[in-house]
Ligand binder design. Structure first.
Ligand SMILES: [Zn+2]
Length: 543
């Protein structure tokens, strides 16, 4: 069928008659949760929804590498024409993103249903407090490859789901820092930099551990983000959302984690993704609130859709009730970040290695006992039993820096690499250049060992580096790139620029050309220098 015919058919099928009233339905609803929406289902649903209400419009986040527009729904009452209209607005901006992994599809259905139901309410209380941004389909390339062979262990939808990767074979939830995909570039520039949502939730499906709760979720964890925000999330916001979801909406839920051994759940509940390549952690580095939602892979599709639906509602309930406090807190954290960069103290540091410890309080997970079984070929595997078992165990999610470097006043970059500059600017980082030549004391990084990984990771032989910082006084030419840390995105800038972080420009090969001389042994100095103490530098913005 050609696209137009598919579009027409989808439009016809998007409605059903309910008591004489026409109700817009998702592909999941009209198939009794046997199918998930394909691209044209989603786009048709959105355009029909736009006809029902003047409080919604659509923007485009990006065009995928296979040529599909990634939609962004903007819902507000009144509907803001641009972010500038929200400058003195009391409402809080919340962004829900779904289908980043296109095999994990319930967020897509739940977000569309939620938008429809919210707009069909006569006088939705939520819209007095929230401007809601929704991307129901972040990875259309992956979504268009719907097949029953994708994620076969997942409990539905029986007619199949898409694949994890986008059209470039990239995992978009590893692309937060290097931003190589149009989708991630688009969400950074057209959602995060443009609308600056206070809260962002990324919707996924879990991969394995057995438990009863259909919904799990957790907060951003990278300790180079603001600890004030991490503590707020883990001590107040996430527990309260969890209670609302259970008590008000009757959805069992727990914080996201995995058992390290299903045979010994007592060992603990582990969250092992602290890097900012993951979108929710990336958002934390930006001094904003990031939530990772993972719905339980073995819960049936309909249960997962409704679980996610009510999680969205619980998030918006919380954001509505606490909008002023959250907005004020984010402003304060930005100001604190800028102030630190104006005059970094001896105690200001930046983590380059992390360890995890459990939270002071244990968590309760309703799990099942598992058995070790041996098949006819002698292969052993772990199988879930029907014997339910509730465990109260340590939650390993409190990441802390086990190795630090000094947090500087500024970074000076001595190579004018357009890709590097574009990436920094794309993230929203303020980039300047020296107006005049300058001779100043700095710390330079002397490399002693540089290794590429043996196996490609997201198309990269990622680097690990060893070396040490040395004090030196260096002549910098006019035009040397300057990144001051007195800016709200300083934590993100440091993560990208420090040589020893696990998710920066060094890791992802951006500086490879500048490190190894053509002849001889050894290395060039790493091309980013640290100005440790406050100093007067004359700079001009880099356009
Ligand atoms: Zn996922």
């Amino acid at each position: 069928m050609n696209r137009l015919l598919i579009f027409g058919f989808a439009l016809f099928m998007s409605y059903n008659q309910v008591c004489g009233q026409v109700k817009l339905q998702t592909a999941a609803e009209r198939s009794d949760f046997k199918s998930t929406s394909n691209y044209s289902d989603v786009m048709t649903f959105i355009s029909e929804l736009e006809k029902t209400s003047r409080y919604i419009r659509t923007e485009t986040i990006a065009t995928s590498s296979e040529g599909m527009d990634v939609p962004l729904l903007i819902i507000g009452k009144p509907l803001p024409k641009s972010p500038e209209q929200l400058i003195n607005d009391k409402r809080i901006v919340v962004y829900i993103q779904a289908n980043i992994h296109a095999g994990e599809v319930e967020g897509k259905e739940a977000a569309l249903m939620f938008a429809r139901d919210l707009l069909s309410e006569k006088n939705p209380e939520l819209l007095q407090h929230v401007v809601l941004l929704i991307c129901p389909l972040f990875n259309p390339d992956g979504n268009e490859k719907i097949s029953p062979l994708s994620r076969p262990y997942q409990t539905g939808p029986v007619n199949g789901v898409g694949v994890r990767y986008n059209g470039q074979y990239l995992d978009l939830n590893r692309d937060g820092m290097k931003a190589e995909s149009p989708e991630v570039r688009g969400v950074i520039t057209r959602v995060f930099n443009t609308w600056d949502p206070s809260v962002f939730m990324d919707c996924h499906t879990t991969n394995g551990s057995y438990h009863v709760e259909p919904v799990t979720f957790t907060w951003m964890v990278n300790p180079n983000g603001s600890n004030d925000l991490i503590y707020f999330m883990r001590n107040r916001m996430i527990p309260e959302m969890s209670a609302t979801l259970l008590n008000k909406y009757k959805i069992e839920n727990c914080y996201y984690g995995e058992f390290n051994n299903m045979l010994q759940p007592e060992n603990g509940w582990f969250y092992d993704a602290s890097d900012p390549r993951y979108m929710s952690n990336y958002y934390g580095l930006r001094n904003r609130l990031g939530i990772l939602n993972e719905n339980y892979v073995y819960a049936d599709f309909k249960t997962r859709v409704f679980g996610c639906y009510y999680l969205i509602r619980s998030l918006l309930d919380y954001a509505s009730a606490n909008k002023s406090e959250i907005k004020k807190m984010l402003q304060d954290v930005d100001a604190k970040t800028v102030n630190r960069g104006l005059n970094p103290g001896l105690a200001d540091s930046f983590g380059i290695e992390f360890k995890v410890r459990p939270l002071p309080e244990k968590v309760t997970i309703k799990t099942y006992e598992a058995d070790l079984v041996t098949d006819a070929n002698g292969r052993r595997s772990i199988k879930r039993s029907d014997r339910q078992k509730t465990v109260t165990i340590p939650y390993y999610i409190d990441y802390y820096a086990s190795r630090n470097v000094k947090f500087p006043f500024a970074y000076l970059i001595t190579v004018k690499d357009q890709e590097v500059l574009e990436l920094l600017k794309r993230h929203g980082i303020r980039v300047e250049e020296l107006a005049l030549p300058l001779k100043i004391p700095v710390e330079k990084f002397e490399i002693s060992e540089l290794k590429g990984s043996a196996r490609l990771n997201q198309g990269h032989y990622t680097n690990t580096i060893k070396g040490r910082f040395l004090k030196d006084t260096i002549d910098f030419t006019a035009g040397t790139i300057v990144i001051r840390t007195a800016q709200p995105l300083a934590n993100l800038a440091s993560y990208l620029l420090e040589p020893q972080t696990n998710d920066g420009l060094m890791t992802w090969n951006f500086f490879d050309r500048y490190l190894v001389p053509q002849w001889g042994m050894g290395y060039y100095p790493y091309p980013v220098y640290k100005v440790i103490e406050r100093i007067n530098i004359k700079t001009i913005p880099l356009m």
